[in-house]
Design a protein around this ligand. Structure first.
Ligand SMILES: [Fe+2]
Length: 300
């Protein structure tokens, strides 16, 4: 017999209506207004003011449900242009073909910083995924749980101009260049939602496992395409250093094995020494579904 809480939501609920979205009130934020001292903008009061202002738009979103467009400054646009032009070249070599196509279809180019509102509209039409502005890092369970509603929390501010190639926290470059195009893939979108379902049901140990699964796929995933290995993870696609490193021959590539992935620790501050290669997004979705079903005692 299934435990009673399986009734709280079906595993395959790929169409989430607006009225089914929960309130944002249950979220635990993690020091969102504080910047660690190693943040390149920590000692730049003007930058901090700007970052706080853009973060305040995310708070406004939670009150109004409307995404406010950011009028990015010429300096922010220059940072975007520089990073995206550099990455474009690497993407041609190393990014998965689905990602390349999706980025093009979403109109994400080096020309200008795309607005969350426009990408949200496109995603919603394509896969029913939504984007919700957020001030910064949220604790893992809350962040992942939103995926259960096909919602990705995204920052809107831009990294500090002194270190355009580096950001210690997610910014709009990481979100728009790294994450957002992949949510136009139906299998990837469903897989992300399964991780979200898992986060709503998980024990603390399982949250740690889900964090690893997310890390080795959504952030640092590789996929096999026509006998070649390509990148689809946001942490790779939004970082020149990580992307080149992943294909430098110095990183161990292993075939994706869910059991191994959820038991493999990672270090977020070093270059990744080990990455996992999925055979396809559909296979990732299938294996993840089976794993999440094990949380609620459904037959595997
Ligand atoms: Fe990310």
């Amino acid at each position: 017999m299934k435990p009673s809480f399986t009734a709280s939501f079906p595993i395959e609920n790929f169409h989430v209506r607006d009225e089914e979205l929960p309130e944002f009130t249950d979220m635990n934020f993690e020091h969102i207004d504080q910047l660690e001292l190693d943040h390149p903008g920590a000692n730049d009061p003007e930058y901090r003011k700007r970052r706080d202002y853009i973060a305040s738009l995310a708070r406004k979103y939670r009150e109004t449900g409307e995404i406010t467009d950011v009028e990015y400054t010429p300096r922010e646009q220059r940072v975007w242009r520089y990073v995206v032009e550099e990455l474009d070249e690497l993407h041609q070599k190393y990014a998965s073909s689905f990602y390349l196509e999706a980025k093009k279809n979403l109109g994400i180019t080096s020309e200008r910083i795309p607005q969350l509102s426009e990408m949200n509209r496109q995603l919603k039409a394509l896969t029913g995924f939504r984007l919700a502005p957020i001030e910064g890092l949220v604790e893992t369970r809350a962040f992942l749980s939103w995926l259960s509603y096909r919602v990705m929390l995204c920052t809107q501010y831009v990294r500090h101009h002194s270190h355009p190639a580096y950001t210690p926290e997610p910014d709009i470059i990481h979100e728009a260049i790294g994450h957002i195009p992949m949510f136009t893939n139906p299998d990837f979108a469903d897989f992300s939602q399964f991780i979200g379902h898992g986060a709503r049901l998980a024990t603390d140990k399982q949250i740690e496992e889900l964090g690893r699964l997310y890390w080795f796929t959504v952030e640092f995933g590789l996929v096999e395409e026509n006998g070649k290995v390509k990148a689809y993870g946001a942490g790779l696609l939004s970082s020149f250093g990580e992307l080149e490193h992943a294909f430098s021959g110095k990183v161990q590539w292993r075939p994706f094995n869910l059991e191994e992935v959820i038991n493999t620790p990672y270090n977020y501050s070093d270059m990744q020494p080990l990455l996992f290669v999925i055979p396809s997004y559909n296979e990732l979705k299938k294996q993840t579904k089976k794993y999440i079903e094990s949380f609620i005692g459904l037959p595997a």
